[in-house]
Ligand binder design. Structure first.
Ligand code: SAH
Length: 215
């Protein structure tokens, strides 16, 4: 990495700390992963700005603060089996995979699903299993999960996902339509009860059903 990008990266990590990201393990994995490799060449100079950036298929790689915040609030442990909905660029997937035992990730856009798989190979990450499909239904063959992270905004919280959480499990999901204020919500399962806590206001691309074969 050139020294200019490196100093922007150091600055960004300091910013995350001052914005309340205190989980050193989350900061450590974000320090290790080159975000510039997950975006188009022309965007490389912006890789360490604290902003969402466009990726293929009209989607976005989330803002670094939001990646850090959602990961921190998910309380991922090394023995966890985690489900991610919305593989996108694969950046958030790698952050999660470095912190958990096994990550399952679902994407509904074929070009993104394919390029993320390439990234996982390139970075020699072998604890990620990918699926091209509609993540709103979860992954019935692999449930239950200790943790679920959804990286696209649902108009509501999909019930099918809730019931794929283990007892005591946690799910983080942005909730709200495109025209309204969305919020990150954290749900903790206690048997058949779900404790719902509203966290930050955010702006995410929509969680949609169905699959898309080309860009
Ligand atoms: N975590 C990603 C963020 C990508 S944006 C990253 O770090 O780059 C959200 C992604 O969710 C998009 O790629 C979008 O196609 C995907 N998505 C939206 N609805 C989905 C669904 N029902 N199932 C799977 N993926 C979905």
């Amino acid at each position: 990495m050139n020294s200019n990008l490196q100093s922007k990266k150091d600055q960004l990590l300091d910013n995350l700390r001052s914005q309340g990201i205190t989980d050193e393990k989350v900061l450590e994995v974000m320090a290790e992963i080159p975000r510039e490799d997950f975006i188009a060449d022309y965007l490389r100079p912006q890789a360490y700005e604290n902003a969402a950036l466009p990726i293929e298929s009209d989607q976005t790689i989330s803002q670094p603060y939001i990646v850090a915040y959602m990961t921190q609030e998910l309380h991922v442990k090394k023995n966890h089996k985690v489900l991610e909905i919305g593989t996108g660029s694969g950046y958030q997937s790698i952050v999660l995979a470095r912190l958990c035992k096994r990550l399952f990730t679902i994407e509904r856009h074929m070009p993104l699903h394919k390029s993320a798989e390439e990234m996982f190979k390139k970075f020699r990450i072998y604890n990620i299993t990918t699926l091209f499909g509609n993540g709103m239904k979860g992954w019935i063959e692999q449930e239950p999960f200790d943790r679920i992270m959804v990286t696209a905004a649902g108009e509501e919280i999909p019930d099918e996902l809730l019931y794929q959480l283990k007892d005591g499990g946690i799910m983080i999901i942005p909730v709200g339509g495109q025209e309204e204020t969305q919020h990150i919500v954290r749900i903790t399962r206690h048997g058949d009860n779900f404790d719902v806590k509203t966290l930050l206001p955010v702006k995410f691309v929509p969680l949609l059903s169905g699959i898309v074969h080309s860009s």
